[in-house]
Design a protein around this ligand. Structure first.
Ligand code: ADE
Length: 249
């Protein structure tokens, strides 16, 4: 039976979706994960959840210990990692409240630890392929779950992950659009890279919460806007995660 790891993003810092939940405080060679691990079951399947920014949302994107988070889920025997993330939309057709099952990233972070390989074994360099960083089997299950539930979903999308915590300038926002990015956030690329290095299949569901600042017919994004939209639509993300876990279990 599959064991599932979940990394909950903004708005899902402490999700209340598992039965018989038990918290454990753990650490590994990379340090402490962002939050205690909440472990239990969903529809009979073993699930372990970490809040990416901590239970009280105290950890800025730059300081999320992605290595400890991924290592923790791997050490708990997770066969799959499902992540959630709030994103800004860089495309008119990706409206607020829509979900996107990400298939590509552009890593525009600058200050993250994005490898487990601080040294190589002699004559054994580790250069992890990254052409398709999101697991296609998991993505398929996520897309199908959205369709089953009647949730508006975009079945692919390129996310550009920026360093943050500031939002983008208008010039940057236009540049990311010109590069072909569809959505923008501050978390996915480093996490996906490390999950791939760790060899744990990983997929992320993005909730579009705003139009960043490229659209001139509305005000630029604020954090309050993001949280409001995410909270109004959080049920979509949790019900699709539960459905996906039922399919995987
Ligand atoms: N997360 C949600 N909306 C965002 C935006 N516009 N820029 C960066 N990260 C985000």
């Amino acid at each position: 039976m599959a064991v599932i790891g979940i990394i909950g993003g903004s708005g899902l810092d402490n999700p209340d979706i598992i039965k018989n939940a038990k918290d454990s405080i753990v650490s590994n060679k990379w340090g402490k994960p962002s939050s205690p691990v909440k472990s239990g079951t969903i529809s009979g399947t073993e699930v372990h959840i970490i809040g990416r920014h901590g239970r009280e949302h105290t950890i800025p994107p730059t300081y999320v210990n992605n290595r400890a988070n991924i290592q923790t889920l791997k050490d708990l025997g997770c066969d799959y990692i499902l992540a959630t993330t709030a994103v800004g939309s860089l495309r008119e057709e990706i409206d607020r409240g829509h979900l996107v099952i990400i298939d590509q990233f552009i890593d525009f972070t600058r200050k993250r630890d994005t490898t487990f390989f601080e040294s190589f074994e002699p004559h054994a360099p580790a250069h992890t392929p990254m052409a398709e960083p999101f697991d296609s089997f998991l993505r398929e299950k996520m897309i199908k779950s959205c369709q089953d539930l009647g949730i508006t979903v975009h079945d692919k999308g390129t996310v550009v992950t920026i360093e943050g915590p500031r939002f983008s300038t208008r010039a940057e926002s236009h540049m990311y659009r010109a590069w072909g990015a569809d959505i923008i956030n501050m978390s996915t690329a480093p996490e996906a890279i490390l999950a791939n290095e760790a060899g744990v299949p990983y997929a992320a569901v993005a909730m579009s919460t705003d139009y960043d600042c490229w659209k001139t017919d509305e005000d630029p994004v604020t954090w309050d806007d993001i949280l409001k939209i995410f909270q109004e639509n959080a049920q979509k993300v949790t019900s699709m995660l539960i459905k996906t876990i039922e399919k995987l279990g």
